[in-house]
Ligand binder design. Structure first.
Ligand code: SF4
Ligand code: SF4
Length: 433
């Protein structure tokens, strides 16, 4: 019998949401951690059963129980296929937030979290310094020495994995300075664009490519000042307090124009988070209604360009291209056809579907660093399917997926490029024949 003080109801969970699950198991074949392990406890149904057991006082929140929740990638594929409409994303998000106090975390990991996710990622200036240092580490040749000596492997697999994720800085930083990029012909609409946190520093070229494609659709693109990280990473690790703070800051930053412009997002994870600000801030009397209005303005760039009927340029891309669904685009924002339509509209591309493209690649925000074994196991299946597809290029719509796929491809030594859909579109206008 569990001691009284150890029993903790889960007051954070909306019971009507929790008890919607009828244990039918339709979600099992969509869950990457279940497919990898075959274990009920690593399935959505199993994780929900654990929430119920804790909620009913039959189980304490032990390290073992938290481990099963931690191993969830939060890809929300289970939510997408659930016939009972279980809002799994809400359940796991609240659970991760509320169990923070139950974790026995040492001083160093807690400090690392505080610095990285509360002071670094949300602060562009600090993050730019770190990315510049990382760039120096790569360009100075130090990275080669570290990798050759395998010194990090001796310290920890997590450090080694973290080092492997060192992003190549692609072009100058893309900064959110309130600038306006105007279309060649008179813009038919002014839109606002999210810059984000890591992507504008490591993938400045891809950010600029996204802007150019929006301009080609005759849209003027404004990048509002004082915007920042969307809060997705904080939500993922159970820090809803910080996620709310970041959400409020973005709502303010994007309210300076008419307050009605579409907010275009070229990172699926950020778009999903921002589309759910209404839910995130539902208990905030000052922001609840502003957050609902804000969320309605958020549109993924692929969906926006497809709806705008963007015409690609004339340059042909004679390559076989496949597409990996970004979980937060397909499962949360329900955008599945738009990226495929855009790719297929490009002259010369032979599009092929990737087997299991709807299954997560194992990236999951910080998951690829915090859970390297499971992340790599999930990725391995993806890379096998990619090889079988025969594709020259794999397109995606999220920086986390981009990084994860790129690492998997490099580790496997295969000759496949990773690109955003907007990179491919941009090439049709800018590459010479
Ligand atoms: S989450 Fe949905 S699909 Fe999965 S077992 Fe519960 S009711 Fe069935
Ligand atoms: S969110 Fe993804 S990893 Fe987590 S239980 Fe659902 S399908 Fe499995």
């Amino acid at each position: 019998m569990v001691e009284a003080q150890e029993i903790l109801k889960l007051p954070w969970l909306n019971e009507s949401e929790l008890y919607k699950c009828v244990h039918c198991g339709f979600c099992l074949q969509a869950c990457p951690t279940y497919l990898t392990t075959g274990l009920e406890t690593e399935s959505p149904r199993g994780r929900i059963a654990l929430m119920k057991a804790v909620n009913e006082g039959r189980l304490e929140i032990s390290d073992q129980v938290m481990r099963h929740w931690d191993l969830c990638i939060q890809c929300r594929a289970c939510e997408d296929v659930c016939p009972s409409g279980v809002p799994y994303g809400n359940l796991i998000e609240s659970t991760m937030d509320q169990i923070r106090d139950h974790r026995k975390i040492g001083f160093i990991p807690r400090l690392a979290y505080e610095i990285s996710l509360r002071h670094l990622i949300p602060n562009q200036r600090n993050l730019a310094i770190v990315v510049s240092m990382m760039n120096l580490y790569v360009k100075s040749g130090l990275q080669k020495v570290v990798r050759k000596t395998k010194i990090l492997k001796l310290i920890s697999k997590r450090f080694e994995r973290l080092e492997k994720m060192t992003p190549a800085v692609n072009g100058k930083f893309f900064r959110a300075e309130g600038q306006l990029y105007t279309a060649d012909v008179e813009g038919t609409e002014t839109i606002q664009m999210l810059s984000g946190c890591v992507m504008p520093l490591t993938q400045g070229n891809q950010m600029r490519a996204a802007v150019r494609t929006l301009n080609k659709a005759n849209k003027d693109v404004e990048v509002p000042l004082n915007q920042g990280c969307c809060g997705a990473i904080n939500s993922h690790v159970g820090d809803l307090g910080k996620a709310k703070e970041l959400a409020r800051a973005n709502i303010e930053a994007f309210s300076k124009g008419s307050g009605t412009e579409p907010i275009i997002v070229n990172s699926a994870g950020c778009g999903a988070r921002m589309r759910e600000y209404g839910h995130l801030l539902s208990d905030d009397p000052d922001y609840a209604s502003k957050a609902v209005d804000f969320s309605k303005r958020v549109v993924d760039i692929n969906e926006y360009l497809d709806q705008a009927k963007l015409q690609p340029g004339e340059t042909s891309i004679p390559k076989t291209v496949t597409y990996q669904d970004s979980c937060h685009l397909a499962n949360v924002q329900k955008v599945k056809d738009a990226p495929r339509n855009l790719i297929k509209s490009i002259d010369g591309i032979d599009f092929c579907e990737l087997k299991g493209s709807n299954i997560c690649c194992g990236a999951g925000g910080t998951y690829m660093i915090t859970e390297p074994e499971m992340s790599e196991a999930v990725l391995a299946e993806k890379i096998r399917n990619l090889v079988d597809s025969g594709a020259d290029i794999i397109a995606t719509a999220n920086p986390g997926c981009f990084m994860q796929l790129d690492n998997g491809i490099k580790a496997a030594g295969i000759n496949v490029e990773v690109k955003y859909v907007t990179d491919l579109l941009d090439e049709t206008y800018t590459k010479s024949k």
